[in-house]
Design a protein around this ligand. Sequence first.
Ligand code: HEC
Length: 139
Amino acid sequence: MRPTALAALLGLALAGSALAAGLSVKDEMKTVVDPATNTIFAVGGDVDPANGPDAAKVPASRWAEALAAATKLKTSAAHLVGPQKQPGEVWAKSAADFARLAADAEKAATKKDGAAFSKAANDLGDTCTACHSKYKKQG
Ligand code: HEC
């Protein structure tokens, strides 16, 4: 195969993986990650056992919202680890942490485990900062 043909094939493969991811990182952050994280932080605060006896009294509908948000984050995390991946160790680590903690949050929401859910929510916040401090233009 001639080098130009190979390059064209590789180009197509790259374009294909970008399409498979669907959204750009920016659009996914804005339309999926940010709103889902807001729900997770809010519920995380509500169910944190440190916030007293009312923490256990979150209605099932709220847990269902938390579960749906965690599942969305898990999908976004798979994009960050996979097709949206950018070079460098900070990306690899923060994207992997994001994926693990989104899965933890999903598990905790399924079990309605307030302590585990609020811990995952807190730790998730650190992964945003870790990745943004290197890969997101500050402004
Ligand atoms: C592995 C890397 C990574 C992780 C983890 C990550 N982000 Fe991002 N995020 C980015 C990058 C890169 C951009 C900048 C995209 C651009 O402007 O092209 C961004 C941009 C954003 C934006 C701005 C979007 C806009 O409108 O310009 C928001 C909001 C955001 N992220 C939320 C979050 C939240 C909340 C978390 C954690 C729960 C998080 N991100 C975790 C990489 C990451």
